[in-house]
Design a protein around this ligand. Structure first.
Ligand SMILES: [Zn+2]
Ligand SMILES: [Zn+2]
Length: 184
């Protein structure tokens, strides 16, 4: 199944904006990200325009979920410009219901809401692309353990990214069983 191209995504965005937001959702740059494998969509608030990225890998398997995921991210964009709110809190949920979506996870999984609110950080070395996931923001200076294996080295700092969106899209068991249960 072929995915809509990025120009078509902008048209879909415009239609949803007209239909559900009275045209008040802010401009967003929408693109596919080939590397997402454990989230369906993501919004980044630090860029202007806001950036919405969709997992091409995920939607090739589940094209019907694309519109809902885009709508979900648009609600985030709308909550952000209107209230500076980036959560899945009361305002987000009210708008979600207004848009006819029922679950903040729609069809992508069913993790408990408590899991959603946990903060996560990715530390990334921009020089060698080393990445590691942390529950806490690092409190002391750290440097890339791959670029200098032996000691702290300020030439190789790690950039801290906060993970803003964590949405389950399945478990690793499905893949593991499929691989293991092949013909013998
Ligand atoms: Zn490195
Ligand atoms: Zn969300």
């Amino acid at each position: 199944m072929e995915l809509p191209c990025e120009a078509e995504l902008q048209l879909l965005f415009a239609r949803l904006n007209y239909q559900f937001f009275n045209g008040e959702a802010p401009d967003c740059a929408i693109s596919y990200n080939e590397r997402f494998s454990n989230s369906a969509g993501r919004i980044t608030y630090s860029d202007r325009p806001l950036a919405i990225e969709l997992s091409s890998k995920h939607f090739r398997k589940d094209p019907e979920a694309l519109e809902e995921t885009l709508l979900h991210e648009m609600i985030h964009a709308w909550c952000f410009v209107k209230y500076r709110d980036t959560s899945h809190g009361a305002r987000f949920k009210a708008k979600l219901r207004e848009c006819g979506l029922t679950s903040i996870y729609h069809d992508l999984g069913n993790a408990a809401p408590s899991q959603e609110s946990k903060r996560r950080f990715i530390l990334r070395c921009e020089q060698c692309a080393f990445e590691t996931l942390r529950r806490r923001r690092p409190q002391s200076p750290a440097s890339c353990p791959r670029c200098n294996k032996r000691r702290f080295d300020p030439r190789f700092p790690l950039t801290i990214y906060e993970v803003l969106e964590l949405r389950p899209i399945g478990t690793t068991l499905e893949g593991a069983f499929a691989a293991r249960r092949g013909p013998r």
